[in-house]
Design a protein around this ligand. Sequence first.
Ligand code: PEP
Ligand code: MG
Length: 749
Amino acid sequence: MGILWLEEVDKDDISIVGGKAANLGELMRLGVPVPDGFVVDAKSFRQFMEVSGLKDEIYHILRNTKVEDLEKLNESSEKIRNLIVSAKMPEELEKEIRTAYRQLCKDYGREVYVAVRSSATAEDLPNASFAGQQDTYLNIYGEDSVVEKVKACWASLFTPRAIYYRVQKGFRHEDVSIAVLVQKMVDSEKSGVMFTSHPTTGEKKSIIEAVFGLGEAIVGGLVIPDTYVYDRISKKLLEIKIGEKKLMITRKDGKNVKIELDPKKANERVLSDEEIKKLVEVGEAIENHYGTPQDVEWAIENNKVFVVQSRPITTIKPKEKTEEVATAGKILVRGIGASPGVASGRVRIIFDVKDISKVEKGDILVTTMTTPDMVPAMERAAAIVTDEGGITCHAAIVSRELGVPAVVGTKNATKVLNENMIVTVDGERGIVYAGRVEGRKEEPKIFTTAPIITATEVKVNLSVPDAAEKVARETNADGVGLFRIEHMVLGLEKHPMKFIKDGEIEKYVDILYKEIRKVVKAFYPKPVWIRTIDAPTDEFRAMVGGEEEPVEANPMLGYRGIRRDLIEVEHLRAEFRAIKKLIDEGFMNIGVMLPLVISPEEVRRAKQIAIEEGLPIDKIDFGIMVEIPAAALIIEDIIKEGIDFVSLGTNDLTQYTLAVDRNNELVAHLYNEFHPAVMKLIERTIKICKEHGVKTSVCGQAGSNPEFVAKLVEMGIDSVSANPDAVHRIRETVARVERKIMLEKLRKI
Ligand code: PEP
Ligand code: MG
């Protein structure tokens, strides 16, 4: 008990040394070169808790902490962590740690810099993936510091986030322990990352990115790395792209320093053929051992290759191979590919929502246009096809969130397709084929790697609260940039005004509270911008109690959004009261966003009502959608009312700027978010907001278009909110553009 050397452990020791250390030990056993190190095992932590007498006190504090009460959570966490770092370590253990560190130094003939990393573990729960949540300390030097940092790693088992996470996932705090890995830091001359197989197709082609010095230069996007593509089948180097590596990062006195490289060195090839081969061999051995492609961080010191970390490349989503489909089956109808994926099934045509029970699991739901009360059937459907709608219609938005393929705006699917016929829907190309497309090859998987970090936040749009957990997990988005509550409200048993008229306002508030809570909880502590209701009258009319909705010639230009909420103030008050309940529970990750704003007065009045309902608007984000040209043109006046952010609603901004009804297929060819007039309004809004310190974002459909997002990042937008299926793609775009901007800046220095 106590200290174990890395070479002594393997994957079976996960409950003793945690996932990270077990994985590295396993690699070492495989013969993969891993930097030397030792582990302070998980039992040592338990022993420390016993011997120091802290155990009862700490678990008592935890039992009495309601994690939803954020203030209390923070307070308890701080108290516990202080108790741990200021307690004395058992003498014997401290001695062992000091001895192990001195041994490590002896092996190198000098005092070495080490990384002290947490390696969390849960007994009997080997797959509990919270290992990454605890702290790591780099460049630690000297035995005193090592001992101190071991305690700091222990304490990091009790950060507010870690405590909250365990409660949420139903882990008992007592079942979780923590080991600490102390590992020699590699002074890399060269370093980088390697996908052992192609990250998007899964082909056996290794892709290596390499820079001089430490790998932080790649992670931080400071330089363009070299890229090498090596075919593991033909054993040939297929591609060499030399990047311009204007600087490198090295370690000096325990600190990372940037060194500029002269043009010759900057454009020099980093890896030799030999080194590439060696890396590919190492990668192949790891992939074969684990049976899945790996994302490997590597470094070279004194001509020796080291693996610093290896993780499986996880599947984003098996994507259907549409080429196969395109050549098969007769085309029955075409429309707009609104949600990617391919599915076959039996057609179920629904004209009236009361028939939705006809749709069984795996059927193809065909309808004029989906409505919120069809969501349960949409969840069961293998694919969705509609006559009406464009890329931003209800069917499109919801099916993307549910991950169901969809084709919208076919004009006549409900007429051309027959009940019970078998069809195949290609949601990417917008085509419905006759029959089931047989013999489709196994899908190539799309892989992603550890989250790409971007300065511009990449958030997600959401409208189905029940999809929140899945979307949060699969997209790893930086929050929700637009939560459209109207989809959920339109799916309720009756019109909101009917709740109010029936004297059931509290019931309505409670429904709102419960549904919104699903989203703020799923994303906690990441921000969720809740948009106050915005549905046109024609959509409200279909609800029970909606008979009194006014009939408008142009609902899109009519009684909707904040203009309506400021007349039927009970709506707005109910929404704010639901939000207030969540804030009282400690969900401070909430923002309020007003739709269809055209004047400062609207902001002033909405704020006044928020204050009257007790919302702490100085403590939460309060902002508006800029989706009407008027708002973009007088944004400076609106800013004076005091807003924290604006979010560009490009769907409405485009329709109102160009006078193109976004739901009218007859003018769909004129709908163009890239129109110079729309771009000018956006550019103006971002520029003025930046001058006034107001955050900018986008949540219209354009936020899911990489080309558009590239322009917004160049304009300096602070965050982007995309549809769930587009988050990964947009994050890559954002990272690429940011890297380009940084490089351009560096070149000018
Ligand atoms: C927009 O107008 O761009 C927007 C995001 O709002 P909605 O699509 O809900 O009108
Ligand atoms: Mg809008």
